[in-house]
Ligand binder design. Structure first.
Ligand SMILES: Cc1cc2nc3c(=O)[nH]c(=O)nc-3n(C[C@H](O)[C@H](O)[C@H](O)COP(=O)(O)OP(=O)(O)OC[C@H]3O[C@@H](n4cnc5c(N)ncnc54)[C@H](O)[C@@H]3O)c2cc1C
Length: 385
């Protein structure tokens, strides 16, 4: 097996590495305090093409495959997670419904704006009664005089308050639900009846906002069903395909953060002196560093292999992607815990980035499918006839 990273991707990774080091990391703690990314940094991310990593080149994106996207996210996640999250919905769940199932007109209207970062997209599936059980959504859409009227409330929507456009899932046939009764709509923020509700106060991920979206007789043009009239009722499939595609990138983000935590821990262990010696000389600390490094190494092999498989097959790698998301995010949780331990009391202090990574990483085991849901997917794929 050849694990050489292609030259164009290696160059891209190097550019992101420099950007993280020079522009993002120095302001990470400030962004955490302000709960906001400065406009100049959003602009710089636009210029680097970070909003359009996965959007095809014909629509102005970089058209990276799974491996390329994972490599970029791995680098970008070595600093405050909010930077990755700011671009991630445009590349992932916010745009992929249109990339995978959109009509040519929808692609033409939305993808260039999303790829350039002029517009931000979000993905609105989750509701108070529909989290892991996503098919239990209550938001409805009814066709009245040639336009759809959406009614309901979504919650926990990443980038919802920043977005110009949302992929929204609503019930068009209550009796069919996931089997032909859920439709995906493209909803622009200017449509009458659309508003942003509460912005949540979270454990972490400061600088990235999560909110409610409210649809009150929200008027959506008939042509805004993703994929057009023929796809009415097929939205649940679009949602699942979109989430499947995102699992590898979520894993890459967890991996990048874990790698940074290892680097911080090695540096700290070498310079922190107790009992007259750097703590790196104590075997108990060495074992933690060795465990972190080994788990990261295993996770990276899994991720790159699954990404390579996806690029090679050109189709979903459902079981592998769930295994990789499960393993990488759980691994990063263990690494974060050990990193706090290596740093002792310093690891618990807000002035130090380890504390922030610890909180931010916790989310990766919950959103875009909890660890339990990944296990259900893996088992289902394994056991199906
Ligand atoms: C910060 C943040 C950002 C988010 N961004 C978005 C977004 O942009 N768009 C969007 O649509 N959603 C988003 N979500 C929602 C996220 O995807 C859900 O929170 C997640 O799917 C879990 O749903 P839930 O919170 O309702 O938990 P529940 O589904 O209520 O789960 C609670 C617990 O029960 C377990 N559980 C549930 N069902 C089963 C089962 N069948 N078998 C075993 N265990 C089970 C779960 O694994 C979990 O441990 C976001 C969430 C957060 C916290």
């Amino acid at each position: 097996m050849d694990y050489t990273i292609p030259e164009n991707l290696a160059l891209m990774v190097e550019t992101i590495r420099r950007f993280v080091k020079k522009d993002l990391d120095p302001i990470s703690q400030q962004v955490e305090k302000d709960d906001r990314i400065p406009d100049g940094i959003v602009e710089a991310m636009r210029e680097l093409g970070l909003f359009g990593l996965s959007i095809p080149e014909e629509f102005g994106g970089l058209g990276l495959g799974a491996l390329g996207e994972c490599l970029v996210y791995e680098e970008l996640s070595k600093t405050n997670a909010c930077f990755r999250t700011r671009v991630a919905t445009n590349n992932g769940i916010g745009s992929q419904g249109i990339v995978l199932d959109g009509t040519p007109e929808q692609k033409e209207r939305y993808l260039p704006r999303l790829a350039s970062g002029e517009w931000t997209a979000c993905f609105a599936l989750t509701e108070p009664e529909a989290g892991s059980d996503a098919a239990n959504i209550q938001t409805t859409a009814e066709l009245v005089e040639g336009r759809w009227l959406l009614n309901g409330r979504k919650h926990f929507i990443t980038n919802g308050s920043e977005s110009h456009v949302a992929t929204v899932f609503a019930l068009t046939d209550k009796s069919k639900r996931a089997k032909g009764g859920i439709t995906a709509f493209i909803v622009e923020k200017t449509y009458p009846g659309f508003s942003v509700g509460t912005i949540e106060s979270k454990m972490g991920m400061r600088g990235s906002h999560t909110c409610e979206l409210i649809f009150d007789n929200c008027e959506v043009p008939a042509e805004n069903v993703i994929g057009g009239q023929a796809k009415v009722g097929q939205g649940f499939k679009t949602a699942m395909k979109t989430l499947d595609k995102g699992r590898l990138t979520m894993a890459a983000s967890a991996l990048g953060a874990a790698q940074r935590l290892l680097e911080l821990s090695v540096d700290y262990a070498k310079q922190r002196v107790q009992f007259g010696r750097p703590i790196a000389e104590f075997q108990a600390v060495q074992f933690m560093l060795a465990d972190m490094a080994s788990q990261i190494y295993a996770a990276r092999q899994m991720l790159y292999h699954a990404a390579w498989l996806r690029d090679k097959r050109g189709s979903a790698v459902i079981k592998e992607a769930s295994m990789v998301k499960l393993f990488c995010t759980e691994m990063a949780g263990r690494v974060a815990d050990m990193a706090v331990q290596v740093h002792g009391g310093m690891g618990y202090m807000k002035d130090y980035p380890v504390e922030r990574f610890y909180r931010d990483l916790r989310l990766t085991r919950i959103y875009e499918g909890t660890s339990e849901i990944q296990r259900l997917v893996i088992a289902r794929e394994m056991l199906k006839a």
